[in-house]
Design a protein around this ligand. Structure first.
Ligand SMILES: *Cc1c(COP(=O)(O)O)cnc(C)c1O
Length: 396
């Protein structure tokens, strides 16, 4: 009997998301009754604010159960355009906005819209796990540029310049960063933007964590660094992290009109629209400004408290050094002094102490851990105690 033919090169070459895999393993252990401390999750531990849920429920009850226009319901596209004008002075029309089923999908469509097979994409490492896979699924090649904790995990203009070839089409930036929490300053972004303009690159600016920013850091919208920057920038943001709406699957993309149109056309053949009634929840999140601001402020206060606690606790563990990152909800401690591969470190940590953490190598940076502090204070406290006990056994 003939075996069936092999699967496609896409299917065989795609790496499943390691962060989702580790989180799934931790959740399975928990479901089996084990006392697991999860630092692996990439989502807020809060519930979606009820005014947002209410708006989606009302839309559902009112019969918003049909296909919506591919790029999103018009009032939401208008609200997104208005909020970029209010937040950053970025003047765009609603036709430049595309609403997609999740910011992850927005990023993927952005890559597909500007990259052809044979193109190269510069992906600064540590990177969000999905970028390299998206680039490969577009037939392009990721070129990694590694920054370590000596430069606060930030790509420098010189590094960028050195990585550019005639085939480079796109730079993917993420600030505040998942996985490191690093926040680029306006001046640092402007210096990178100059290089991108000089070499005529597109930029995918992933601003998913724009509202989760601490210590007085300023959120910067990359596109507003200049008209010639706006012409080549695709901004992705969304609701998942800001409003604790990960399960709703809603993301936003803003781009120059030709790109926005291409993204919408790609989406029309891939998924049609983002869930119609969910978009009405997102509309409330943007329209009910006072309630939205209160909800964000409450979550941010909790994240900031946990960030400071975790940072201090990690630096108290002999052998670990950790920078105080200014954004998102991750810290990225250096564990290289233990002389253990980070994958082995994480596997043993989960086995011995039931603490789930993601190894830095999943993000292209061996020798680190990504710890999410989007978890309760009690779990954080218990988790770092266990981590300290684990590290003490390694030191012997
Ligand atoms: C969470 C995340 C996204 C996408 O989130 P969605 O849930 O798909 O909206 C995109 N980029 C980064 C860096 C993220 O951490």
């Amino acid at each position: 009997m003939n075996p069936p033919p092999p699967l496609s090169t896409w299917a065989r070459n795609v790496a499943p998301s390691p962060t989702l895999a580790i989180d799934a393993k931790a959740k399975a252990m928990k479901a089996a009754g084990e006392d697991v401390c999860g630092f692996a999750a990439g989502e807020p531990d809060f519930d979606t604010p009820s005014f947002i849920k209410d708006a989606a429920i009302a839309a559902l009850q009112a019969g918003q159960t049909k296909y919506a226009p591919t790029p999103g319901i018009e009032p939401l596209r208008v609200a997104v355009a208005e909020r970029y004008a209010a937040d950053y002075g970025y003047q765009i029309s609603s036709s430049q906005v595309v609403v997609s089923p999740g910011g992850k999908f927005s990023c993927y469509l952005a890559v597909l819209a500007v990259c052809s097979p044979g193109d190269e994409v510069i992906v600064p490492a540590p990177y969000w796990v999905s970028y390299p896979e998206m680039v490969k699924l577009a037939g392009a090649t990721p070129r990694f540029v590694l920054s370590d904790d000596s430069t606060a995990f930030k790509l420098t203009p010189a590094q960028l310049e050195a990585a550019i070839t005639p085939r480079t089409r796109l730079l993917i930036l993420c600030s505040p960063s998942n996985p490191t929490g690093a926040v680029y300053t306006r001046a640092e972004l402007r210096a990178l933007a100059d290089v991108c303009v000089k070499h005529n690159l597109y930029v995918l600016s992933d601003e998913m964590y724009e509202h989760l920013i601490y210590d007085g850091h300023e959120p910067v919208n990359f596109a507003t660094l200049g008209p010639e920057v706006a012409e080549r920038t695709i901004t992705v943001a969304g609701f998942s992290k800001t409003f604790a709406m990960t399960g709703w699957r809603l993301g936003t993309l803003v781009a120059p009109l030709p790109i926005a149109k291409a993204v919408s056309e790609l989406q029309s053949q891939m998924t049609s629209n983002a869930t119609t009634f969910a978009q009405f929840g997102a509309l409330a999140a943007l329209k009910e400004k006072a309630q939205a601001a209160a909800a964000i402020a409450a979550m941010k206060t909790a994240f900031d408290r946990r960030r400071k606690f975790l940072h201090a606790a990690l630096n108290n563990i002999p052998g670990i050094t950790c920078q105080l990152a200014g954004g998102a909800f991750y810290l990225f401690p250096n564990i290289s002094s233990f002389g253990l591969k980070d994958v082995d470190f994480c596997a043993r940590l989960l086995e011995q102490e039931k603490v789930a953490a993601v190894p830095g190598s999943a993000f292209g940076a061996e020798g680190y851990l990504r710890l999410s502090y989007a978890t309760s204070d009690a779990v954080l406290q218990k988790g770092v105690e266990r981590l300290a006990r684990f590290c003490a056994t390694l030191k012997k």
